[in-house]
Design a protein around this ligand. Structure first.
Ligand code: FE
Length: 172
């Protein structure tokens, strides 16, 4: 009887180990950004020292763009904006998102279904704060913009969740 109980406990333990392993595999997946139509490609790199960026940017912009900070939801100037135009990098002016791809994700940050041009944005795996996410940055200056998630609208299914502090807006 004791042996049966030991076997049962052993099987149960293996089951939990297998489940934990599966969860771990899933959490390390990163999002593959599908090929998007290129509207404008700006590949001139901007390199400045952190001191130079600090002088150029506001404290809030510096915190988000250069220190990978996150503004509080529902507080930024663009999360609730429906104006037609272009969103550019607040640090270097790179064209990042069109208002045509902006949608209300209900998350409190400006959300876009695609970038203005695939090459204007770079992405990389981010394991900070105990989460596996995909960080997005400006390809021209390396400024932190936010993260991209795979729960956006079809067909691409992407949601670029971007800090307002990283953006400037040009009405068109
Ligand atoms: Fe930039």
């Amino acid at each position: 009887m004791k042996t049966k109980q030991q076997i049962f406990l052993g099987v149960l333990l293996l089951f939990f180990v297998a489940c934990a392993g599966q969860k771990s595999d899933k959490s390390t997946q990163t999002i593959t950004i599908k090929k998007q139509k290129s509207i404008m490609i700006d590949t001139n790199k901007v390199t400045k020292t952190e001191d130079e960026w600090q002088k150029q940017l506001t404290p809030d912009q510096f915190y988000v763009l250069r220190q990978k900070g996150t503004e509080r939801p529902f507080t930024g100037k663009f999360w609730n904006s429906n104006e037609k135009g272009e969103y550019h990098c607040a640090a270097c002016g790179n064209y990042l998102f069109s208002s045509q791809t902006k949608f209300d994700a209900g998350c409190g940050w400006p959300s876009f279904s695609e970038a203005a041009a695939e090459k204007n944005i770079i992405s990389k795996a981010d394991s900070s704060h105990g989460m596996m996410r995909t960080e997005v940055m400006c390809a021209k200056c390396g400024g932190h913009l936010g993260h991209v998630f795979d729960d956006g609208p079809k067909p691409a299914g992407l949601r670029y969740c971007i800090n307002s502090e990283s953006l400037t807006f040009e009405k068109k």
